[in-house]
Design a protein around this ligand. Structure first.
Ligand code: GAP
Length: 513
């Protein structure tokens, strides 16, 4: 089995074993692509959400929050284009009876070619060492040029066919590239068909009067239909933004890769309303700002890249993904979209109400243009969790599993451990917890030898372990152990809050942006 697959399997089992993520309704064998966040997962997820919220709403005086309902008037989805255009192209394999997204089959094929080029580059890097000039190599090495040109050609053709709704050409592309069923190797494909991803539901007590509704497939529309309410009640001036986090639902054709692609998931979206003509400036600003937010978490610059869209969604005039290096390769983590005035204009048309802004400086009414940032909370969770999970070999040859979460996001900030369960040490430990719990999530652990307790907290991602020993009774000092370095310092109990605060405060992390 490939190493990447092993790493990913390890991520999934660690998430379950240490109380981060469970399959939904597991007693009934689970529900495909639906997951529950457990006692530690819910804290990590909440911290990521708060880190996003503060960076958007608290740090920007012209961005405010919203919590719109999941259920919306069904015309919303007609206006937004989701009823007609929120489709994925699906293809079935006639032999294996497995269903796939046709575009993903082609994209994965293109990515494999990209990886081949990347391998050539890595090999040359290793051969030439410091003298290696990547830019020159990429533009002169015949094999790399060929790989990259092939990749480009495939991606462009896919973009063109999907853009034109030419599903027959997508099928032709799959056949020309001889793409096989990834699980069985069969090339016996059906035609490519469109499949709408929205979940339907009903509102009302009796079958005759029931109204057909959809579970929202994105949180953004709740922001659009409230645009004028927020603008007027908040006396907001363009440019301004509305931020929202909440559940979204998509009946994904192929929902694999754990919490990467779920049928029920959470989004963190912000719609920024600007003057017509100013959207590209804003789009560039938000691309840069969102990347800075990601980088501030310290997961490694090399793990992010932009991917500019060839095929634009029905509402966009520019779009890019921030891709992250997940255990299964680079994939979309966040989308930044210049949505033009498509949504507000469509809601004007379908509702018959004006959704316009009077700009006092220009002395005119207009429908603002919108730049959107949209990141999946669950994908953020996976990015953070998978990248933080490490197996380390220590100096004495032993190994430890450590979850090196950014301290600001860790579910528990410190664990307090009495060295022994007697001599008054548990009582002193409890007193320390009583004092710290007002500011931080702190845990108490007295079971097993202290070394094992350290390992347990390492695996949970707890940045600090505070050990209370007999010296504590004499001079009110404790040892504080740092998760990442395993270094231990003897400090006064009164210093603990400051030491922890310094490493976990959102302020300090956000200031790195
Ligand atoms: N409002 C724009 C919008 O919804 P999107 O690119 O379809 O754009 C935005 O989704 C983000 O939502 C994605 O970048 C991804 O992080 C997350 N997302 C989308 N579908 C998802 C799914 N099935 N499971 C988990 N996250 C998903």
């Amino acid at each position: 089995m490939a190493k990447q697959e092993d790493i990913f399997k390890n991520v999934v089992s660690h998430a379950k074993e240490y109380g981060f993520i469970f399959p939904s309704s597991e007693v009934y064998d689970g529900l495909s692509a639906v997951y529950d966040y457990a006692q530690n997962g819910v804290e990590l997820k909440k911290n990521i959400r708060e880190y996003w919220w503060k960076s958007m709403v608290q740090m920007n005086e012209n961005i405010v929050g919203l919590d719109a309902a999941i259920l919306m008037h069904p015309t919303t989805w007609k206006a937004s284009g989701h009823v007609d255009a929120f489709n994925d192209p699906l293809i079935d394999n006639k032999d294996s009876k497995k269903r796939y997204r046709a575009d993903v089959l082609v994209e994965d094929f293109a990515e494999k070619i990209h990886q081949k080029a990347q391998k050539e580059i890595e090999k040359a890097k290793a051969r030439f060492g410091d003298a290696f000039n990547e830019q020159e190599f990429v533009t002169t090495n015949a094999r790399v040029i060929e790989y990259l040109a092939k990749e480009k050609e495939i991606r462009e053709r896919l973009g063109r066919s999907l853009g034109a709704g030419d599903l027959a050409d997508v099928k032709a592309l799959i056949e020309e590239l001889e793409i096989a069923d990834p699980e069985t190797g069969s090339k016996n494909w059906t035609e490519v068909k469109q499949f709408n991803l929205m979940f339907g539901t009903k509102l009302g007590a009796s079958a005759e009067n029931a109204m057909d509704l959809y579970l929202r497939p994105e949180t953004a529309q709740g922001i659009f239909v409230n645009f004028l309410n927020v603008q007027k009640s908040g006396r907001m001036k363009v440019p301004f933004g509305i931020a929202q986090t909440g559940k979204a639902f998509r009946n994904e054709i192929v929902a694999r890769q754990f919490i990467f692609r779920m049928r029920e998931f959470e989004q963190m979206e912000m719609q920024f309303f600007v003057r017509p003509g100013e959207e590209m400036k804003s789009y560039e600003y938000w691309k840069e700002t969102r990347l800075k937010w990601h980088l501030s978490l310290g997961l490694g610059k090399e793990n992010y890249r932009f991917h500019d869209h060839e095929k634009l969604a029905h509402y966009a005039n520019a779009a890019a993904d921030i891709e992250f290096n997940f255990p299964f390769g680079f994939k979309e983590l966040e989308g930044i979209h210049s949505r033009t005035d498509f949504d507000l204009k469509a809601h004007e048309e379908y509702s018959g109400r004006k959704l316009q802004y009077f700009d006092p400086e220009l002395n005119e009414n207009y429908v603002p243009y919108v730049v959107e940032t949209s990141v999946g909370l669950d994908r953020m969770f996976l990015a953070v969790f998978a990248t933080s999970l490490k197996e380390e070999t220590l100096e004495d040859g032993s190994t430890r599993t450590v979850l090196k979460l950014p301290a600001v996001l860790a579910p528990t900030k410190a664990a307090v451990l009495p060295l022994v369960k007697k001599d008054g040490l548990p009582e002193v430990s409890r007193k320390i917890i009583e004092d710290l719990k007002w500011d931080f999530n702190v845990a108490y652990d007295e079971k097993d030898a202290v070394g094992r307790r350290y390992r347990r907290q390492d695996a949970l991602g707890t940045p600090f372990c505070i050990t209370v020993d007999h010296q504590t009774l004499e001079d009110e000092t404790v040892t504080i152990r740092h998760r990442d370095t395993m270094k231990q310092d003897r400090v006064k109990i009164t210093e603990l809050r400051g030491i922890i605060e310094n490493e976990v405060s959102m302020k300090n992390w956000l200031m790195k942006m």
